[in-house]
Design a protein around this ligand. Sequence first.
Ligand SMILES: *Cc1c(COP(=O)(O)O)cnc(C)c1O
Length: 371
Amino acid sequence: MPESPYLVIHPERVRRNYRALDAALSTGDGAATRIRFAVKASPVPEIVRLLDEEGAEFDVASIGEIDLCLGLGVSPQRLCYGNPIKKTAHIARAYALGVRRYAFDTEDDLLRIAEHAPGSEVECRFLASAPESRTPFGTKFGCSPGEAFRLLVRARDLGLVVAGPYFHVGSQQLDPTAWRIGIEQAGRIAEALADKDIAVNSVNIGGGLPISYADPAPALGEIAAVVKHAAAEFLSGATGLVVEPGRALVGSAGTIHAEVVGVRTAPDGRRWVYLDIGRYNGMAETENEYIAYRFVTDRDGDPVDEAVVAGPTCDGDDVLYQRTRVLLPTTLRAGDRVRILDTGAYTASYSSVSFNGFPPLTVHVSGAERE
Ligand SMILES: *Cc1c(COP(=O)(O)O)cnc(C)c1O
């Protein structure tokens, strides 16, 4: 066995998750729901190939992710360059590679797409008035719904193909009504576009589908029911849905294997358990204690007590949980193995050398000249 920490991914679990989502969202009548995997959640070649076989599309955020998918044989027609933040040169490069679908949320980006990816299909991301998710985007992305309408009209006038409005309710969204709110707002944008003779062919309802960690998440069926009801109520029958899951496809397919490096009682009396994995080598989503992972140890069954759980680095912020109540066996000691469940999403990709396909920071050592 390799030295811990390491992540084990079960691709067949990803396939099951994909098929379950497909079944849950298919309506039997009306336009189809397309599933677009957000590559950043787990850019693992076996997963990309498997989902390609299953018929998925791919949400890519950078040239790195586009190259990854194309290198694995994915057709560029299956890709959507969904990151609203992109350089002109990267739009041109994506277009040269055959990518014909883009998302945007500003007029600037729209104009660049029109110039460097002419004739492409576009989605406009608006900021839905949905409740906050566990790992919220805040206001980093998305224009107002009124601006989305205006920009999609502009897109048509610039010779682009309008796909439709697009929203993302925030990752690990635990409130199903978030999608209802987003779909209602998207429906209003679509109606206003219809008045301008622009037929929306799809509404992108983004990612955010949650999975259960220490706190249970609503079942997929519950969210799917809300989505289907809202689509029937607020969208025309000809409008398809696009869903962009990351976490929901890959989260449950991974387990991290880690080890206890040490256990200590701090001067204030609290017990600290130090693992060989922390915020900087895989557990990035414990920032702000957003995601409460479940731990399994070989001593489960022994008496338990509260513990602060920390990573191995010399950084004071490398603490996984100090406010969340984590109960671990009192007998736990250095060398014990710990498994961290449902860690297939946003773990290895954050700690990889090029998260989201953006290359790591390069280091240049300057010469002797003084600044
Ligand atoms: C990250 C991301 C997703 C996936 O989000 P999940 O919460 O993992 O489902 C979908 N779409 C876009 C544009 C993203 O950036």
